[in-house]
Design a protein around this ligand. Structure first.
Ligand code: ATP
Length: 270
């Protein structure tokens, strides 16, 4: 019997208004929303709807969020799996998991299937066998390529995959008819950080003195995930200080804490 891959609740409420900045990336995925909402409009002229797109960019920049928002905007289910699940958890069965994934996705179409960390499966063949056995990973990758080629573009399933290591991906994944579209999701600039703060400050009770401009200037190099963290941390710090509003000082202390965490992480890596 085949393992049920999509057992979680797949409905999403995320929409484009939850995704701040990323104007170009949003514009590119907008087209995918249109395909999902109205496939006939595109296929009746003989066009083929793309099978998938690759979201490329550093950690925490909103790749998962954007993929979810595509499903939310098109009002279709969202199913997600991590590439590392295929190679770590399911030793010996990676290829059959991929087969199951596609089979079950087709039953749920129209839908979005999101594969996070696709580099865990899709690293160029014959290199760096440091995760799972290399044969295992190659079998899984080959099955993924076979499935991408085999499924009908007009089946209503769109595969979005994410990676922060596009440089190590097997070129075969990017060939026409597979992940032939790449969408870049970069770290936010000053203006984009402002927009991201606006989203994450929505639920926070702010003291009048707190200015979004100021916060954006204090956070160069921060990702959207870091900014979400700052807002949450500031609210917790303010609560600990028994305030009824979150002050500028609470934010500054939250920024310090997040910067400290990032530095520690970088030290471990380098
Ligand atoms: P990873 O590569 O680590 O999986 P990711 O690029 O998929 O990261 P997300 O998981 O989408 O990043 O982002 C984590 C969280 O950070 C989001 O749930 C959201 O709260 C916040 N976030 C990130 N980017 C944005 C953005 N552009 N606008 C608003 N919130 C954002």
């Amino acid at each position: 019997s085949q393992a049920k891959i999509f057992d979680k609740d797949s409905r999403v409420n995320t929409t484009f208004k939850d995704v701040a900045g990323l104007a170009e990336a949003k514009q590119e995925v907008e087209e995918i929303v249109e395909f999902l909402k109205n496939p006939a409009k595109y296929t009746k002229l003989g066009g083929k709807i793309p099978k998938g797109a690759l979201l490329v960019g550093p950690p925490g920049t909103g790749k998962t969020l954007l993929a979810k928002a595509v499903a939310g905007e098109a009002n279709v289910p969202f199913f997600s799996m991590s590439g590392s699940d295929f190679v770590e958890m399911f030793v010996g069965v990676g290829a059959s998991r991929v087969r199951d994934l596609f089979k079950q996705a087709k039953e749920k179409a129209p839908c979005i299937v999101f594969i996070d960390e696709i580099d865990a499966i899709g690293r160029a063949r014959g290199k760096n066998p440091n995760m799972g056995s290399n044969d295992e990973r190659e079998n899984t990758l080959n099955q993924l390529l076979t499935e991408m080629d085999g499924f009908d573009t007009n089946s209503g399933v769109i595969i979005l995959a994410a990676t922060n290591r596009a440089d190590i991906l097997d070129r075969a994944l990017m060939r026409a008819g597979r992940f032939d579209r790449q969408i870049h999701v970069e770290l936010p600039d000053l203006n984009e950080r402002r927009e991201i703060f606006q989203v994450h400050l929505r639920p926070i009770k702010l003291a009048d003195e707190v200015e979004v401009n100021f916060l954006s200037k204090q956070t160069p190099g921060f990702s959207g995930a870091d900014i979400a963290n700052v807002c949450n941390e500031a609210a917790l710090i303010a609560a600990r200080r028994n305030r009824n509003k979150v002050t500028k000082q609470d934010f500054l202390d939250a920024v310090d804490r997040i910067v400290g965490g990032l530095e520690k992480k970088n030290k471990i890596i380098s």
